[in-house]
Design a protein around this ligand. Structure first.
Ligand SMILES: NC(=O)c1ccc[n+]([C@@H]2O[C@H](COP(=O)([O-])OP(=O)(O)OC[C@H]3O[C@@H](n4cnc5c(N)ncnc54)[C@H](OP(=O)(O)O)[C@@H]3O)[C@@H](O)[C@H]2O)c1
Length: 449
């Protein structure tokens, strides 16, 4: 982007607006897949002159161009290339990274920033692992890095953390961050279908990959939670330090018992900053059926923030999909373009956010009430044996739920506990798993009121 010398800046209210207008920001799109294509379409249909798509970069680019590149909304003068080096040597102002994954995305982003190109990315893995370093690199090279689409797709929660909530001091963030898990859990809830059937349905509809482990076992959500913690709580936390619990053992019967408690089950990601400790956890949890989390259906995302001054805020919407995610990418592009234009009239681009991040101790030792669902071969004395272990660990039973009509050889029943810390409960769970009537370790879920 050509910089306007300060002496040419408008100096009176009579200066025509058109003289102040910066030339369009030149944009290179790297990765012409689901999101990349949707971004190209929005850019091709925009008429405000702020952004100009100049390059589309993809591997096997000729094949890509033939199969996907003939749409009329792609400007005819766009350069189709697989030569990223050529983009770095061009006059491109902003590189959009939409190839995903860590390799070679990390290398491409570092090279772009080092070359002084601002970067917009939707890559949660990259930002969760290397966000703080990349922000420093961007700052050191006088350019910007934006990643608004990397969490909750089209839901503008990251820009809100940067601007609308920048004046608050946030201490908690919680969310439904994985649409695949929410789709599966809300389908089991609605029709009481088995977990395996809900997963197959999600895969058939394109909401879950063939290997959905990253989604089901919490890996995807904890990457997103670490980005939210970075942007909202200004802490550096590695995704691997956040405990992730799988949703695989959840079954229809759990929704029956949860309903008796006025609850339903959702995969909840939560982070609470208390002094020098970040309490963080990702996994299935009981939430009140009438709460904002309890009402989120299918593959939507919801993020709630808690601030010292502003209280609680909620952000709800489509967490994935080419078009919603592309909206977030283009919004970031506009922010960077305006920032670069402002920078060309002053000392430099607007800084992203504080570049100093605390590195708190990370703990999953929340204190909550608990839902314990057992699957046992029925025999006399089961409740007494479990109660003895719980009592020995100073754990108070709140309720025992046992519905009739189940096979006595595989009987599911529930004990709920009054609030206690995770660390206090854990040894009791290990002892209970070793009891002879236990067909499998009990399912243990926090109850979030
Ligand atoms: N899809 C969503 O709903 C969504 C939502 C939020 C965030 N995101 C994020 O957005 C990013 C893009 O996702 P997507 O769904 O658009 O992925 P995608 O459909 O798989 O597109 C990736 C594109 O990058 C190209 N590519 C891969 N490796 C490359 C390389 N080394 N050099 C050049 N091009 C390469 C691929 O080419 P080939 O066609 O040859 O493989 C493909 O065209 C990811 O970081 C993802 O996590 C996606």
């Amino acid at each position: 982007m050509q910089k306007t010398p300060p002496e040419e800046a408008p100096d009176s209210d009579l200066t025509p607006i058109s003289r102040d207008r910066a030339p369009a920001c030149r944009v290179a799109l790297v990765g012409f897949g689901t999101v990349g294509r949707a971004v190209a379409k929005i850019l091709g249909e925009r008429t405000d002159g702020l952004l100009r798509l100049t390059h589309i970069c993809n591997r096997n680019v000729e094949h890509k161009k033939q199969t996907l590149g003939s749409e009329r909304w792609i400007p005819s003068d766009v350069v189709w290339t697989d030569d990223f080096h050529g983009i770095l040597n061009s006059e491109v102002d902003i590189v959009i990274e939409l190839i995903g994954g860590l390799h070679p995305a990390e290398d491409l982003v570092r090279r772009a920033l080092t070359a002084g190109k601002s970067v917009v990315t939707a890559n949660k893995q990259l930002i969760a692992r290397h966000g703080p370093d990349l922000l420093q690199l961007a700052s050191a090279n006088g350019c910007q890095l934006e990643f608004g689409a990397s969490v909750a797709g089209g839901v503008p929660v990251l820009p809100a953390l940067r601007t609308g909530l920048g004046g608050d001091r946030l201490h908690g963030i919680a969310g439904i961050l994985n649409g695949t898990c929410n789709y599966i859990l809300s389908r089991i809830e609605t029709d009481r279908i088995p977990f395996s059937e809900a997963l197959e349905e999600a895969q058939a509809r394109g909401y879950a990959e063939a290997d959905a482990s990253e989604d089901l076992d919490g890996g995807d959500a904890r990457s997103k939670l670490s980005i939210l913690a970075l942007a909202g709580l200004h802490v550096r936390v590695s995704p691997g330090d956040i405990r992730a619990r799988t949703i695989r053992p959840i079954d229809a019967v759990d929704f029956d018992y949860a309903a008796e408690l006025g609850c339903t089950i959702r995969q909840i990601s939560r982070a609470d900053l208390k002094e020098t400790t970040l309490f963080a956890d990702v996994g299935p949890s009981l939430v009140p059926a009438s709460s904002p989390f309890g009402r989120v259906q299918r593959n939507l995302n919801l993020v709630l923030t808690s601030g010292e001054y502003g209280g609680d805020m909620a952000f709800l919407g489509a967490g994935a999909g080419g078009d919603p995610t592309a909206v977030a990418v283009v919004s970031d592009l506009m922010f960077v373009a305006e920032s670069l234009a402002a920078g060309s009239r002053s000392a430099g681009p607007r800084p992203h956010s504080p570049l100093q991040f605390a590195s708190p101790k990370v703990s999953c030792d929340f204190e909550t009430p608990w839902y314990l669902r057992f699957l046992v071969k029925d025999q006399p004395g089961i409740i007494a044996s479990l109660a003895a272990i719980l009592s020995a660990h100073q754990l108070n039973i709140d309720a025992v739920l046992q519905n009739s009509g189940f096979d006595k050889n595989a009987l599911p029943f529930v004990i709920t506990l009054e609030p206690c810390r995770d660390a206090q409960l854990h040894p009791a769970l290990q002892e209970m798993a070793a009891l002879p009537f236990a067909l499998r370790p009990c399912l243990c879920l926090p109850i979030l009121r």
